[in-house]
Ligand binder design. Structure first.
Ligand SMILES: N[C@@H](CCC(=O)N[C@@H](CS)C(=O)NCC(=O)O)C(=O)O
Length: 141
């Protein structure tokens, strides 16, 4: 917003690694924002309005314009506020950074899908065995 006050709101849920990724980017840039905690069991109208495709947090709303997908948000932050760059300036190094970010995303999602919804009362030994096996199959692929 040229010359105006920036309005920055972040929708999230405490404990989400995807939210933390965005929060770290904003912290590195020293940018102030308003945080709104959502409830994934009862998603807010704001979340459904701003991320109608995936209905997932995090969503960054910059001057009424919503951006979703944590990696897309981090790149938007880096593009919009140029100080303290997050991605390297060299295009090959940037490609590598994107490669590893995507790699981590894919693996986190794969591992998370193994966790039961009610993981407090689950059989941890069984879960541990499944995760080890899954990591093994990913590595040898
Ligand atoms: N690829 C997305 C993943 C975001 C994601 O998985 N968010 C979870 C919380 S950690 C969510 O909103 N889940 C709600 C749902 O699946 O309905 C990103 O990087 O932002």
């Amino acid at each position: 917003m040229a010359g105006g006050v920036e309005e920055l709101t972040l929708l999230g849920v405490v404990g989400s690694p995807f939210l933390h990724r965005v929060q770290i980017a904003l912290k590195l840039k020293g940018i102030e924002y308003k945080y709104l905690e959502d409830d994934l069991n009862n998603k807010s109208d704001l979340l459904l309005k701003y991320n109608p495709v995936h209905k997932m947090i995090p969503v960054l709303v910059h001057n009424e314009k919503p951006i979703s997908e944590s990696l897309v948000i981090v790149e938007y932050i880096d593009d919009t506020w140029k100080h303290n760059p997050i991605l390297p300036s060299d295009s090959y190094q940037r490609a590598l950074a994107r490669f590893w970010a995507k790699f981590i995303d894919d693996k986190v999602t794969t591992l998370r899908s193994l966790l039961p919804i009610n993981y407090i009362d689950c059989d941890w030994k069984k879960i541990y065995d499944q995760i080890c096996w899954r990591i093994f199959t990913v590595i040898i692929r």
